[in-house]
Design a protein around this ligand. Structure first.
Ligand code: 5GP
Ligand code: ZN
Length: 119
């Protein structure tokens, strides 16, 4: 991967992003089209397509993504009222960017988990 992947290009500094936290292995930046008052994307710097590939390929790096997500949640003041951490995965999950990213959402009540029920 690399030049073909939007988030690899953000990691490389080729595309600007509003970075809120960076570690040796992860990057957290604000979503360009926020769906909540706080909407941060947390990614591993190394390219994995989705959360399943990441968790199976490098569980330690998957844990780094969670730890960075928790740190950002704390920085953004979300720990008290709560937040949602979400990995859209594949076609049914509505994934659009195939570099794994956690959506950290909060700052207001987020409503039901899904936009519609299956009934
Ligand atoms: P997905 O649907 O793959 O789970 O989420 C992709 C997310 O990436 C969307 O929420 C979208 O707004 C965000 N996004 C797409 N392009 C960019 C970009 O160039 N910069 C940033 N910061 N976010 C982006
Ligand atoms: Zn990538």
């Amino acid at each position: 991967m690399g030049s073909d992947c939007l988030f690899c290009r953000i990691v490389a500094g080729e595309i600007p992003a509003t970075v809120v936290r960076e570690t040796d292995t992860t990057l957290a930046f604000r979503d360009i089209d926020p769906k909540a008052p706080v909407h941060v994307l947390v990614i591993p710097k190394e390219h994995y397509a989705d959360v399943a590939t990441l968790a199976q390929g490098d569980p330690t790096l998957a844990a780094d993504v969670l730890a960075t997500s928790a740190a950002v949640a704390e920085d953004e003041g979300l720990l008290g009222d709560g937040f949602r951490l979400m990995f859209n995965t594949g076609a049914y999950g509505g994934q659009e960017v195939f570099h794994v990213h956690a959506h950290l959402l909060g700052g207001a009540p987020l409503g039901p988990m899904l936009a519609r029920d299956l009934g």
